[in-house]
Ligand binder design. Structure first.
Ligand code: THU
Length: 160
């Protein structure tokens, strides 16, 4: 498994798996995570109190989403699907990168910051094995986290 560090002036990313080299632009990654952090503040999570923000690059545009919970728990939607469905509703069909934040404190393990299984499958529908998924590590104002290839997050992902 490829695992290297990609460092820029404002950010430190741990690369896990093979991700699209053309997308290794720090500006783009930072813009995505910035927007995910902003939209997270709008999350409606009165039941879990666990607020999540996502931003997805689809067809050259960035779409954002947050989790929206419901008194009937099963009606809740995650941040990632909310962002992706917005992109699809606007005509986009390809995910080029996705960023996710749960506003963790530094040192929070990856399994407390990662996309849920249902969202991985939905990402998979519109992405490729090497599509980068950015996961915020919660280093305050600095940008830091993992950039994980979808193929690593969801190996042998189901396709028709
Ligand atoms: N949640 C997300 O928005 N994305 C994930 O990938 C994991 C879980 C939300 C759903 C629910 O509102 C809260 O986090 C706690 O599970």
């Amino acid at each position: 498994m490829a695992h290297s560090v990609f460092k820029t002036a404002n950010a430190t990313w741990h690369l896990i798996g093979e991700t699209s080299p053309s997308l290794q632009s720090s500006d783009r990654y930072e813009a995505l995570l910035h927007l995910a952090r902003l939209v997270r503040k709008n999350a409606y999570a009165p039941y879990s109190r666990f607020q999540v923000g996502a931003a997805v690059l689809m067809g050259g545009e960035i779409y954002s989403g947050c989790n929206v919970e419901n008194a009937s728990y099963g009606a809740t939607i995650c941040a990632e699907r909310s962002a992706i469905f917005s992109g699809v509703a606007n005509g986009a069909r390809t995910i080029d990168a996705l960023a996710l934040t749960t506003d963790p404190s530094p040192g929070t393990p990856l399994d407390k910051r990662s996309p849920c299984g249902v969202c991985r499958q939905v990402i998979s529908e519109f992405a490729k094995d090497h599509t980068p998924i950015l996961i915020d590590a919660g280093e305050g104002a600095a940008y830091a986290g993992e950039i994980i290839a979808l193929g690593q997050l969801l190996p042998w992902r189901f396709n028709l």
